[in-house]
Design a protein around this ligand. Structure first.
Ligand code: ANZ
Ligand code: ZN
Length: 956
């Protein structure tokens, strides 16, 4: 009997099932289960006053799909949610509205919770955590104390980045282009005592252990760049006054013979020590004062006009040649990196080069390009000797235009310049002129320049079967006219010539050895910054940079060292809405940690939490809170009034989820052993630097003190692209272009919103919101709904539908794993198109289709599933399996091309050989017509995909 058809009603369906799932605790993660565990994680939201926007949930939908699929695959899944509730935005909101941060946070989390619940995410709501809850931050404080005990937390006076608008100290990471990351105000420097965390002690492991995790490559690169590991040397330069030497850090000890001056950072301690010996003291002091206001980023950014002053009356000595070397101070050298001093090599370093050009300092070249055949036919044969050759490499310039001559080989795609060996009794110029005439026929030649830089290449000469060590001497020849004689026919058969503009040459020759020659000829002012072969370097001349780095460091009495760009983490904020740092200062005993039994140190309830201009935390004004007894000697003492940065609570929240209500520990050992590490963590690219690094650091520390079972917190990390506002700009409350999910859920349904966010474009790419396009997702769901009325137990399953179904199971499964959600959805759409055309749809087929759709649109699939008479939830069904054989087509379509252009197609069984497909293709009348008067040169065959017939005109 046919049921009466009712239209799809998202409102009743979605609220009905959300209630059922909640009442049955359908998505509760079990601490004791025989099933294998799967821990999937999204970055917990910051509950802002403006509520959720549609951009926030892209990651949630994705991880919800993955979590639902895992449950269907038999896993015990932990998919938790909580609130990253401390931080400036809430505090600023509270200051603006007069609502206390505690109250504001409660209101905001209530809104977020309600909104997230309407979207049908399968979170285990019983594990909700909130970083501003004293039960939570007790443990944030506790972990800080463990770090303090191990010497990883220390107090340090330093110049910090100060945002005058937010009235807050910022970590270097929070300063972008010299401006506050949050509000864009120009950042100033202020001296302050700060709590620091010694993350640099973990720098090496934070870098190395990236090899052990499955993160997207671009995420690993970001982490590595931020850590900035650099292997180099420290070398000392003696000075004409005093006992103390200048110690420089360099990654290019191979360039030591090219040092023409040394530079100290203006803050370098030697500068003040030498004060009385410096003859231009006033000038130096003025310069140092002028540098104070500039941020590090500003000082080192590219293209900034270089500034500096020479220290008169003092000089350094070259560590090997003992030559006198001038000493400068300049702000492009930072006090905080390496040793705060550099040996300047203007011939081979961009910044030094700019500086030397500006101040007219000597430039001495000591490196020439060296190219080594490493792969393929020209790879050097390790066990064979090198045959050396001197070669002229000639760039020929047009007689009228800014164009250059290149040689094109007929047999391959090779493009290059005229080159030729220099014969025994010949000089470079003669050889160059001879070669150009022979190879190109041009006769009206003039040598314009013979570069004093060579290019060296080590490679295997395939024809001669020997290793070559060739030294190319670049020669620039100007043509005075186009006069040309006939070229030998033998040469013509091998290559042709072509005139190319200067810009094009760089592109064409990119990755090709010869571009160095051209480059060095045409832009002699540009420094050669690559490694290469040494010259002008005494006994080290002829060595490669790699060998020389070590040899020269040794000869100069230096040592090899590793440095990192990463700095210790400034952990103090002078604000109210953060975790109080649990330390007490006693005049007699110094800094004393708050005894663990007294944790948490709770934030006092106050009426006024505005930041102060003095830079002190608002907590400093609350004397009844500040004044305490020293835990050690009981005399009068004061609490630390700084609070922690909002990166603190998020550095370990994923651990708390495993055991969120534990009163005795941040999480129980058994729970941690069961659930950690996180199996899959997805979040925004904007958090892949800092949050990821900080949380990996905390986790490693907890691992070292035996409290977590693994050295890395996250097995796998992926990132999504931002959802932009319509028009492609960032969604932001201040612009007023935020799309609120409430309206969409009300008008179109949560399922439509979820599906649209997965279908809108590739998951890892940013994409603008489109209210027009969302209608398409809604229509698809309506069609699924309507098709369910066609389901019948009696319907026959044709082989086409069956094959398609199995292919779709395979495709959707694979696409979810690779986060290619948009293509998963489109394959489900294609399947629906086919099912809609059927008179009746088999129940089994349709139910499988529903199971594949269920992770994307959980409500409507659950409703239809139950309408079809099923008693248990669709979300607890086994994930569909496919039969490999049924995914293989019985007939496939192969494109038939002539000279790369598709002319037609052939239908044939898969797996056929080139011979059979060729025969079949040539039988097609269209193709045979095309072939008239032509010869088959070659066949390019891609199995089961393409046959490309390369033809040319019949010549006889
Ligand atoms: C000589 C030299 C020659 C350098 C050359 C480079 C190229 P990375 O790789 O980023 O670690 N340097 C060292 N300390 C510095 C500081 N405190 N402020 C600014 N620059 C500093 O960079 C290492 C290189 O940066 C070092 O190697 C040094 O310049 C410079 F052809 O030494 B080099
Ligand atoms: Zn004391």
């Amino acid at each position: 009997m046919k049921k009466p058809q009712v239209p799809y009603n998202h409102l009743s369906i979605e609220s009905k099932w959300q209630k059922v799932w909640e009442d049955t605790s359908a998505y509760k993660a079990l601490d004791n289960s025989d099933k294998p565990k799967f821990y999937s994680l999204i970055e917990f939201p910051f509950p802002s006053g403006s509520g959720l926007h549609t951009g926030h949930i892209r990651s949630n939908v994705a991880m919800d799909i993955i979590s639902r699929k895992r449950r269907s695959e038999g896993y015990n899944v932990l998919f938790p949610i909580g609130w990253d509730a401390f931080g400036l935005p809430t505090e600023n909101y509270a200051i603006k509205t007069g609502i206390h941060p505690i109250e504001a946070t409660k209101q905001n989390t209530d809104t977020f919770r309600r909104q997230l619940k309407t979207l049908g995410f399968s979170f285990d709501w019983s594990r909700e955590v909130n970083t501003s809850d004293p039960e939570y931050y007790k443990w944030t404080q506790w972990i800080f104390l463990q770090m303090y005990k191990k010497g990883l937390a220390y107090k340090h006076k330093m110049a910090i980045n100060w945002c005058p608008k937010d009235k807050i100290g910022l970590a270097n990471e929070e300063v972008i282009d010299g401006k506050c990351e949050r509000c864009g105000t120009q950042v100033e420097k202020r001296e302050k005592e700060q709590w620091m965390l010694a993350i640099t002690k973990y720098a090496d492991r934070l870098d190395k252990d990236l090899d052990t995790v499955d993160y997207l490559e671009r995420i690993k690169i970001q982490q590595r760049n931020w850590i900035g590991k650099s292997e180099g040397s420290e070398i000392e330069f003696k000075v004409s006054v005093g006992e103390k030497n200048i110690n420089v850090f360099t990654t290019r000890a191979d360039t030591l013979f090219g040092v023409t001056y040394v530079v100290l950072s203006p803050e370098h301690s030697l500068v003040s020590e030498w004060k009385e010996k410096i003859t231009n003291k006033k000038e130096i002091e003025d310069y140092i004062a002028s540098v104070k206001s500039r941020t590090e980023i500003d000082r080192t950014s590219e293209g900034k006009e270089k500034t500096g002053v020479e220290l008169k009356g003092i000089h350094a000595f070259h560590p090997i040649t003992n030559e006198e070397i001038p000493i400068w101070i300049a702000d492009y050298v930072l006090a905080s990196y390496g040793t705060g001093a550099v040996m300047a090599v203007p011939a081979h370093d961009e910044r030094d080069n700019e500086f030397a050009q500006k101040f007219n300092l000597r430039i001495k070249e000591v490196i020439e390009p060296l190219l080594i055949g490493e792969r393929g036919a020209d790879a050097v044969k390790e066990d064979q000797p090198f045959i050396e050759r001197q070669v002229a490499a000639v760039v020929v310039k047009h007689w009228e235009k800014e164009e250059y001559l290149v040689i094109k080989w007929t047999k391959s795609d090779w493009v290059g310049f005229v080159t030729g060996g220099i014969d025994k009794n010949e000089d470079v110029a003669t050889a160059a002129l001879r070669e150009v005439e022979e190879e190109t026929g041009y006769t009206d030649l003039e040598v314009a320049n013979i570069a004093d830089r060579k290019v060296h290449a080590k490679f295997y000469q395939l024809l001669k079967k020997e290793n070559r060590f060739a030294h190319y001497q670049p020669v620039l020849i100007h043509l005075k006219s186009g006069a040309r004689k006939e070229v030998d026919s033998g040469e013509l058969a091998i290559h042709t010539t072509e005139w190319i503009s200067k810009d094009k040459i760089e592109a064409i020759l990119a990755g090709n050895s010869m571009r160095h020659i051209l480059w060095s000829l045409i832009q002699p002012e540009k420094p050669l910054t690559d490694d290469g072969l040494l010259k002008n370097s005494d006994v080290f001349s002829g060595m490669s940079s790699d060998e020389a780095r070590k040899a020269i460091t040794e000869a100069a009495g230096g040592k090899m060292v590793t440095t990192f760009k990463l700095r210790d983490w400034i952990f103090s904020r002078q604000r109210y809405w953060g975790e109080p740092i649990p330390m007490i200062h006693c005049k007699k005993c110094g800094w004393i940690p708050v005894p663990e039994k007294d944790l948490p140190v709770t934030l006092p309830l106050v009426a006024k939490y505005q930041p102060t201009d003095s830079g002190e935390s608002p907590l400093a004004a609350i004397s009844e809170w500040v004044n305490v007894k020293c835990p050690t000697c009981d005399s009068d003492a004061k609490r630390e009034t700084d609070t922690m940065p909002n990166w603190a609570g998020s550095s370990w929240y994923f651990l708390r989820y495993t055991d969120p209500h534990n009163k005795n520990a941040f999480a129980g050992v058994d729970k941690l052993n069961h659930w950690t590490p996180v199996d899959w963590y997805n979040g925004g690219m904007e958090h892949t630097t800092l949050h990821l690094l900080y949380s990996r650091f905390w986790h490693k520390f907890l691992f070292d003190i035996g409290l977590v079972p693994t050295a890395e917190p996250y097995k796998k990390r992926t990132s999504h692209g931002l959802i932009l506002a319509e028009g492609g700009v960032k969604m932001s409350k201040s612009i007023g272009n935020v799309i609120n999910p409430d309206e969409i859920v009300e008008n179109m349904g949560a399922d439509t919103l979820r599906l649209y966010e997965m279908f809108m474009g590739p998951f890892d790419q940013p994409i603008p919101w489109s209210t027009d396009n969302i209608v398409g997702s809604r229509r698809f769901i309506e069609r699924v709904w309507n098709t369910h009325y066609k389901v019948s137990n009696e319907a026959q399953v044709g082989s086409k539908v069956e094959s398609m179904l199995h292919k779709t199971i395979m495709k959707v499964g694979e696409d979810i794993e690779s986060m290619s959600f948009n293509t998963a959805v489109s394959s489900l759409m294609i399947l629906l198109n086919t099912l809609e055309k059927e008179e009746a749809v088999s129940k089994e087929v349709f139910e499988t289709f529903l199971k594949l759709l269920a992770p994307f649109i959980p409500h409507v699939t659950e409703e239809i599933w139950s309408e079809l008479g099923n008693k248990e939830s669709i979300h607890s069904q086994r994930w569909p399996q496919y039969d490999k054989l049924k995914t293989i087509d019985s007939v496939i379509t192969i494109a038939v091309q002539i000279n790369g252009k598709t002319r037609t197609t052939v239908e044939i069984e898969p797996g056929n050989t080139e011979e059979i497909v060729t025969k079949k293709a040539l039988e097609i009348p269209e193709i045979s017509k095309w072939m008239e008067g032509k010869n088959v040169r070659r066949i390019v065959f891609v199995k089961d995909k393409i046959i490309n017939i390369i033809v040319d005109l019949k010549t006889e």
